[in-house]
Design a protein around this ligand. Structure first.
Ligand code: ADP
Ligand code: MG
Length: 595
């Protein structure tokens, strides 16, 4: 075949292949144009899952009559003009490709009226043929109608799924965009059916409401609010509690300068911050907004602009990691004052979170985070014993110095029972002790570069496999930092010379074997700090009180007070809750003690 220049229409269709996959991608592009045009209200209508019709109407700035056809021309954009503009681009679009691409694979009608015009005008496009603008009534703003998607690209049409599936994709697209702009009102209609409806959310409670509609009420009621600035970046948003984690990464919303991104570097930084409080393989839920100078990030790395490139990836990663870690430290028992929170209500939210939820409605769960979330987990107690309805709180304020109350007994050698001003708390003693020991060790490590160790009078000789002995020798320096001093004493022998001061009673041989097993599993790929944390976790588990160990009341109280001081103490190191609260009201209900 001889070389020839492709027709304009075919060029557009090829470009469409990159970004227009299904009705949801059409709507995403149209909605981004509406946002770039300054719209405050966007209405979307669809028919047959968007395949027959996608119509997006906005109240943005509109398009001048003489520019209507230009908008359908490839590489025509009002958003950038120079390379400098591109490098600092703040709009969602800039490639000038979406409208011509969509027009080449559908029947399109574009109606618009700008502020300077007395009435609107319409143009149409079909199979590369365009009509000149004709007057058409329209308020200020723009409507784009896309009919019969892929009618002229049969191969693409075959990949479209059922009406239901395509509609779900459309709903997800609108949800993602709705979280990026709380100030904009959104509706999505399929005939008379309202698939999505988000009124403009200007107040905190309206924003919480929108978050709840997209991520669920539980998430909205319990999430930690984070707000942090540094390294030229600002991060704000909601972090799901560790106990709210999911099997899939399907509730992770991350926005960079208002644009939803799916960036591996950032997602990994967030996941890592959760490492300490999450089960292996569980995925956190979050809605986070990262803002930074647009010149420090390249959004032109991907046609759909989902992936981005940072100029200083390391700096951004560390900023995200530290902001999220710090916020998660706030998951510990606390007492809130009276007022709107309800007297004596306990929650583990940090100070910002408290300010951020000023109007929690009656009937919402007002317990500590670990408890509220535990309701969704398999290890929960029967739900009836957990829920707290409105009016559950009593006017007695909890002693601010002892939110976890005072120990009254130990149950089956596993749980500590405590009495609080408003009810009963159950503490999983091993899980709680494990967490507090772990946090204490980490704090010591941060301060002194190593965990205080206690020398053994007689070194304990441990026999290992040759590979394990090798591994131990290899990691001797790191283990010494963690308070475990060892020396190789033959091909299969290792002498334990000192153990962490907090675990003098531990079984040295088992401790060393467990630590080595961890190192074997995680390999040497992890950074030293991570390896040490892992080792500390194993040690904390060894050092923590075992089931059936009788504790005295002062010992139990000491553990409660330590939990209150310790960061992250709402969850054990595996992400399970460490304590649960049952209110007097619930107990009364159990015994049918009415008012
Ligand atoms: P891009 O968004 O990359 O500029 P598009 O092909 O999506 O490219 O849109 C082309 C141009 O049409 C935009 O730059 C903008 O000037 C105009 N336009 C598109 N949609 C709208 C809208 N809803 N309101 C106002 N102007 C619009
Ligand atoms: Mg665009």
């Amino acid at each position: 075949m001889s070389i020839r220049i492709l027709s304009e229409q075919l060029v557009h269709q090829i470009a469409a292949g990159e970004v227009i996959e299904r009705p949801a991608s059409v709507v995403k592009e149209l909605l981004e144009n509406s946002l770039d045009a300054g719209a405050r209200r966007v209405e979307i209508e669809i028919e047959e899952g968007g395949v027959r019709l996608c119509r997006v109407r906005d109240d943005g700035c509109g398009i001048e009559r003489d520019e209507l056809l230009l908008a359908l021309t490839r590489h025509a954009t009002s958003k950038i003009a120079t390379i400098a503009d591109l490098e600092a681009v703040g709009t969602l679009g800039f490639r000038g490709e979406a409208l011509p691409s969509i027009a080449s694979v559908s029947r399109m009608r574009l109606v618009s009226r700008s502020a300077s015009m007395a009435n609107g005008h319409a143009v149409t496009a079909e199979n590369g043929t365009f009509t000149d603008p004709i007057p058409a009534p329209h308020p200020q703003g723009t409507t784009v109608e896309v009919r019969d998607l892929f009618f002229n690209v049969p191969a693409r049409r075959k990949f479209l799924r059922s009406e239901r599936t395509e509609s779900q994709h459309l709903v997800r697209t609108v949800e993602r965009l709705a979280l990026s702009r709380f100030d904009v009102a959104w509706t999505l209609m399929a005939g008379r059916r309202r698939l999505a409806d988000y009124p403009a959310a200007d107040s905190e409670s309206e924003r919480t409401d929108r978050i709840g509609r997209v991520l669920g009420e539980d998430f909205a009621a319990s999430a930690l609010y984070v707000e942090h600035q540094g390294a030229g970046c600002a991060l704000a948003g909601w972090l799901g509690l560790p106990t709210h984690a999911r099997a899939q990464a399907d509730m992770q919303y991350l926005y960079l300068n208002g644009r939803m991104v799916r960036d591996r570097l950032l997602a990994a930084a967030i996941r890592q911050a959760y490492d300490d409080v999450l089960y292996h393989g569980r995925q956190p839920a979050y809605v986070l907004f990262l803002a930074m100078d647009p010149a420090r990030v390249d959004v032109n790395a991907h046609p759909a602009k989902l992936e981005v490139r940072f100029r200083e990836p390391r700096q951004v990663r560390d900023f995200i990691f530290h902001s999220v870690s710090r916020a998660l430290e706030a998951t510990r028992p606390r007492v809130l004052g009276g007022g709107v929170d309800g007297a004596g209500a306990m929650r583990a939210s940090g100070p910002i979170a408290r300010d951020f939820w000023p109007a929690r409605g009656a009937g919402q769960n007002d317990l500590g985070l670990g408890v509220a979330e535990a309701q969704m987990e398999p290890w929960r107690a029967p739900a009836a014993n957990r829920t707290v309805g409105s009016g559950a709180s009593t006017p007695v304020a909890e002693s601010a110095s002892a939110p976890l109350g005072h120990a009254i007994a130990q149950l089956h050698g596993v749980y500590i029972l405590t009495q609080t001003a408003t009810g009963l708390i159950l503490v999983d003693m091993h899980a709680a002790h494990e967490r507090t020991t772990y946090e204490r060790m980490k704090a010591a490590l941060r301060e002194a570069e190593s965990i205080p160790a206690q020398q053994l009078l007689v070194p304990a000789m441990v026999t290992l496999s040759a590979t394990d002995a090798e591994l131990a020798e290899q990691h001797a320096e790191m283990l010494a930092k963690a308070g475990l001093e060892i020396a190789r004493s033959g091909p299969t022998g290792v002498a334990v010379r000192a153990v962490p001061a907090w675990l003098p009673a531990a079984d040295h041989a088992t401790l060393l074997r467990d630590v080595l097993a961890d190192l074997r599993d995680t390999g040497t790929s992890r950074r030293t700090e991570e390896a040490i944390e892992q080792v500390l976790g194993t040690m904390a588990c060894h050092g923590a009180v075992r089931a059936n160990r009788q504790l005295t009341i002062p010992e139990m109280d000491a553990l409660l007070r330590e939990m209150e001081r310790s960061v992250r103490s709402d969850q054990c190191v595996h992400g399970r809750p460490t304590w649960a609260f049952v209110s007097m009201a619930e107990l009364d209900r159990l015994f049918l003690r009415g008012r």
